[in-house]
Design a protein around this ligand. Sequence first.
Ligand SMILES: *Cc1c(COP(=O)(O)O)cnc(C)c1O
Length: 473
Amino acid sequence: MTHMHVAGSVHADVASAGPQWLAVPTDVNELDRRLWSSTVRRETTGSLEVGGVDVVDLAGRLGTPLYILDEADFRARARAFRDAFAGWDVYYAGKAFITRTVAGWVHQEGLHLDVCTEGELRTALEGGFDPARIGMHGNNKSVRELEMALRAGVGRIIVDSLDEIDRIEELCREQGTRARVMVRVTPGVEAHTHEYIATAHEDQKFGFSIANGAAMVAMVRCHASPVIDLLGIHSHIGSQIFDTGGFEVAARRTMKLLSQFRQATGTVLPELDLGGGFGIAYTSQDSPSAPEALAAELREIVETEARAHRMPVPHTSIEPGRAIVGPAGMAVYTVGTVKPVDLDGGAQRVYVSVDGGMSDNIRPALYAAEYSATLANRVSDQAPALCRVVGKHCEGGDILVRDEYLPADVRPGDLLAVPASGAYSRSMASNYNHVPRPPVVAVDGAEWTTLLRRETLDDLLALDLGPVVGDLP
Ligand SMILES: *Cc1c(COP(=O)(O)O)cnc(C)c1O
């Protein structure tokens, strides 16, 4: 039995207009520079251009939905993190988005790389990534994945359970190798978007709890192992974080743990990883810090906590994913239907349906993530209308952009571009409703290259081994 209600009374809060943070634009054609990759501009024709490539032209050649990655922007963000955090190691979190080509860019820009499955590891290695600069994550790495990581000679494995430590020791003995290991700890901080909670957030699958002593047990266990080189400890407190308060609490608790480990064993572990999670601007309500500001704050935090515990400053690393690839990507869709819906109080919301949706970007449905959108094929002199951009899937929650002002004459055939779509969209894509996954194209210097081709229905049906009864009509 589902919960039912009279729509009017419960949904009255959406009546008049969009959310408070969303201002009615004075010029609905104007691009908010904070949301778009650095080479995006509107041409005199009204079309969007990125990397010197016309978005309308590209969509005409490759169809939509289409993901476009601005290579220069990606590389610039990678370099900005590398330079701001000079002396530390910056690991690009491959799970945000990785292909062989992207792994190559990360390698060329001098960053390290995080992977968390065999698939990501193989992509990185085939992209020419130096295994010594790769970190391997995951709370349930298979024996096969660990074996592959050890054989490849990855720089470090971030262990997440005692079972995994057993497996690593066994594999090291078999292979006659040693493993370089960090212990993933749970510092009891969870950060999300604009707030963090520094209480007991221990009830989750990742890491060893500092609070209940499990982290120390795992560290001592690794330290005592004849085949493991324990480098240090690792914490990752969340995603889309805008202030460094959560990192401060994490650094305090991890430095305290390193100090307690020294007391217990006489050994100073040399390394600390503070994870990723640096926020980006998806909408005008987000104001992320530049890497330089983040670096200054995080260095200060680590140095202060080290001093407080009379410990040497550890060799520190961070793991940005979203902050490098997110703003570099945009998604392009074609409008299929436009449907005004009356809200309480006389307001209207226009439902704009596009040819993609939750299968290529699950984030709004998965955790109410917010996005923005603009017309990509033309400008309009019409007034802004409050719109909701929805996908083509058979789910009411198949929303791409919950609230956005688009020109009132938005119509079937228009192209919509969604900025900040480079991270956790195509990489999380599914085939729900048997919808093939969109391609990803890199643009740079007026050239474009396909990183991932469009999936086809033949690709999908190749997995379906059932009988072929009929042919195409
Ligand atoms: C997901 C993840 C990251 C990257 O997070 P972003 O929000 O993309 O910066 C870094 N480290 C670990 C361990 C992760 O799980």
